[in-house]
Design a protein. Structure first.
Length: 163
């Protein structure tokens, strides 16, 4: 942040001198202004957060093409997706199992979510909400016995059951 402040000072000096002496100095101030903004953006963490948000948005928008699933999931070129699939799965007759949004590795099954909240599957929405509030108070990272991972697990379970 200190270096960004130096560049901001230089930019302001060039702007003032540009208005007082010569307008060309305003043009010379533009790179300093841009550099100041980028340095501040990077130092404050907003640049990295914006990049992560854009990556998440792109993943959510991406369709069923092979390149969008990741670098290790490329199925090759050809007349169709079936032409480049694993030949072992064709021989054994087994299909590869793809995860749906409900089956993502982070997201627990309904049974696991009920077990995490300490409820039986016949629980009502109010019971789920009460159990969630009780569990969050117990496992919140700010408490003495709290755990960040446990807190995330309880949140994921509640999200699963509230959908």
């Amino acid at each position: 942040m200190g270096l960004a402040a130096v560049f901001a000072g230089i930019a302001m000096l060039l702007i003032v001198l540009g208005f007082v002496y010569q307008l060309f100095l305003l043009v010379a101030a533009v790179p300093f202004i841009v550099t100041t903004y980028l340095m501040w953006d990077h130092a404050s963490g907003r640049f990295q957060a914006r990049i992560r948000q854009e990556q998440t948005r792109r993943r959510a928008r991406s369709g069923p093409n092979a390149a969008s699933r990741g670098p290790n999931d490329f199925e090759g070129f050809g007349p169709g997706r079936r032409s480049a699939t694993n030949t072992d799965s064709r021989r054994t007759g087994r299909r590869s199992r793809r995860t749906t949004p409900d089956q993502s590795p982070d997201r627990p099954s309904a049974r696991e979510a009920y077990r995490t909240l300490g409820l039986d599957p016949s629980a009502t929405t109010e019971e789920v909400k009460d159990a969630y509030r009780r569990m969050v108070k117990e496992v919140h990272p700010d408490t003495e016995s709290g755990s960040k991972e446990e807190f995330k697990r309880v949140n994921r379970a509640y999200e699963r059951l509230s959908d």
